[in-house]
Design a protein around this ligand. Structure first.
Ligand SMILES: [Cu+2]
Length: 163
């Protein structure tokens, strides 16, 4: 094998690796681009944890994430975090989350999130959990969410949880 061939070969391998990594993190479900999905590890015997993701709506009609289902917690809800009288509070979104045509929503620490309540077991790092996302127009999609440790400021806030 010539040097040029060899370097082309190596280049191709690198490119394939990068491509497969990005494939694993981005899903296209009927024009809804879903990425950056992860679950926060639960702490000790704390019975709940949260999940995050980004959804981009490339279609020309509005979409709505109406509910979430998981098999590792008794309940799963869509929540919004907000500051009320200097205390972080969480509110359940009974009408779901609208993703306008051509725009995106980012569920992230300190804002919108998926709330997994009454966990069957401790949610540990390096595990993956199946989560079912139910959309008003596009129907349901199951994604495999990895448990990742990500540092963020909102973690230090005291919050008042009403369930
Ligand atoms: Cu919550």
């Amino acid at each position: 094998m010539s040097n040029k061939l060899l370097s082309n070969f190596i280049y191709t391998i690198i490119l394939m690796t990068i491509t497969s990594i990005s494939f694993a993190e981005t899903l296209n479900f009927k024009g809804l681009i879903i990425e950056d999905f992860w679950i926060k590890p639960s702490i000790g015997n704390h019975k709940m944890t949260s999940g995050y993701l980004k959804i981009k709506n490339t279609n020309n009609r509005d979409e709505r994430l109406i509910s979430v289902v998981s098999d590792f917690s008794k309940k799963s809800e869509l929540h919004e975090m907000a500051v009320k009288n200097d205390i972080m509070t969480m509110k359940k979104l009974d009408n779901g989350l609208t993703i306008r045509a051509g725009s995106e929503i980012h569920l992230k620490p300190g804002g919108y999130h998926l709330m997994f309540i009454n966990l069957n077991d401790q949610v540990k790092i390096m595990n993956n959990y199946k989560v079912n996302l139910i959309f008003k127009n596009s129907g349901s999609l199951t994604i495999d969410m990895p448990v990742l440790e990500k540092k963020f400021k909102a973690d230090n806030h005291r919050h008042n949880h009403k369930h």
